[in-house]
Design a protein around this ligand. Structure first.
Ligand SMILES: [Zn+2]
Length: 246
């Protein structure tokens, strides 16, 4: 059973993520700053249960990295991500499932009722192109973990510029540098995407997001513009697919 959801504008998705953060600030009475505590948002603010499970062993589900069980108010994350040394992937998956909760839960409930099943979303890695429902949850996760204002603030602190776009014209480095994360005079090229991402990540204390997520967000916000035909990041992202499930 596939999940059909309406098209959503990026601004709309961003607005939903922003309102969630404001609601969490109201609850805690504290102004948020990175790293965004997405697990606490899930448990304390949204009042959802967060479980780490072995999908393959417990449910016989392969390639599932996250799931949302709407009726039971459970977000389940693959245990394998706990062993992953990249905390960013685990946190991003949590934020992705929050995106399904905030953007899609009513559609999931309706789809479940129609099929006479309990509504759930299973998120899998797969080879097909990313479905709109998965793209929306990913975009939401970026907005939640890397709020625009905070990224722009980190950007200006990192590169001493208030605004403006970093144009990436070359794929390979044209001059040799030390390539240290705190060394700002490096060649801004595709090959050095991880340095650009890491400098902003450090400047803004975005300690729970990956460099990959940050470089995507910087391009989304127009702070980095890649004029080459090579994409920035660790090769191609594993594409995610999803399905509504009982
Ligand atoms: Zn998903």
């Amino acid at each position: 059973m596939s999940l059909n959801i309406p098209w959503l504008a990026k601004d709309t998705i961003n607005q939903v993520a922003t309102e969630l953060l404001i609601g969490y600030e109201d609850l805690t009475g504290q102004t948020l700053s990175p790293p965004i505590p997405v697990e606490d948002i899930i448990e304390r603010y949204l009042d959802l249960d967060l479980h780490y499970v072995d999908f393959s062993q417990k449910y016989g589900l392969d390639n599932v990295f996250g799931a949302l069980y709407v009726k039971n108010r459970i977000i389940a994350i693959s245990e394998s991500l706990l062993n992953d040394r990249n905390e960013g992937r685990l946190i991003f998956t949590c934020a992705h499932e929050v995106g399904h909760w905030c953007l899609h839960r009513r559609h999931v409930e309706v789809a479940g009722r129609t099929a006479g099943k309990e509504g759930a979303v299973l998120c899998r890695t797969g080879r097909t192109g990313k479905l709109p429902v998965e793209w929306q949850a990913d975009y939401f996760a970026g907005c939640l973990l890397m709020p625009e204002e905070m990224v722009r603030g980190a950007w200006s602190r990192a590169f001493y510029i208030e605004s403006g776009t970093m144009m990436i014209c070359n794929v390979k480095k044209t001059f040799k540098t030390l390539d240290l994360p705190d060394f700002k005079s490096f060649d801004t090229c595709v090959e050095n995407w991880h340095l650009i991402a890491d400098i902003v990540r450090t400047a803004g204390n975005f300690s729970n997001v990956s460099k990959q997520s940050m470089i995507i967000r910087l391009q989304e916000l127009g702070l980095v513009k890649n004029l080459t035909s090579n994409s920035m990041g660790w090769g191609r992202f594993k594409q995610a697919t999803s399905e509504a499930h009982n």
